[in-house]
Design a protein around this ligand. Sequence first.
Ligand code: AMP
Length: 250
Amino acid sequence: MKVLVPVKRVVDAYVKVRVKSDGSGVETNNIKMSMNPFDEIAVEQAVRLREAGTATEVVAVTIGPQQAQEQLRTALAMGVDRAMHIEADAGVEPLAVAKILSAVCDQESPDLVLLGKQAIDDDSNQTGQMLAALRGWPQGTSISKLEPGDGTVTVTREVDGGLESLELPMPAIATVDLRLNEPRYPKLPNIMKAKKKPIEQSTTADLGVDITPRLKQVKVEEPPARAGGVKVSSVDELIDKLRNEAKVIQ
Ligand code: AMP
């Protein structure tokens, strides 16, 4: 089984995001960037499949600026076999990313594409689904368990009131949720080795994909500052405030 894992460079999950003064987006200059946390989980799962002997090859791919190669180095240090960088500006829209990934699937013929369920910068939660539609491949979204079978993978999804299991004939697409696993911290020797590994480079033009934006970001704003809280002296006062000031109970 060959596994393709798309990984995205995003603002680190622990950084407090600041909106640019002109409202055109969020500040990314001199900000710590990391691999999208859901993609770390996807990489971990793919590497575990290879360690178990189920996967024969794991390939990480990123679409982004030159600096996105840092995230590919992390994936290599975690244990992926190969890394592909498709150079593009940051902010390629999910449909364009899905089209690029579909072109990569034409080249690489993976049996399984494991994506994050969403990128924590734009929270789109679209790329995996769009890729599945473009390929006509079965998909399991937001999975919390993955069991390989004979020419299939069985994935578990947490749904309202229980768990849903889907058996997907491969080639298939799965997007991963937080509870699937806990990603490893790469060991220092592996980080050092990863620095020397080759990264296969290409451009969106090489793949023949048009990434002209279809969406226009109108404005980005900080959320309104939270009003300070008040201390109440009794339950009666609390109920009075909830009923008459906040008007959230009757
Ligand atoms: P999104 O639909 O933007 O929330 O992203 C969902 C998933 O698609 C991410 O977790 C990644 O696995 C993949 N993805 C999105 N953008 C990129 C990108 N620029 N490069 C590689 N993978 C990406």
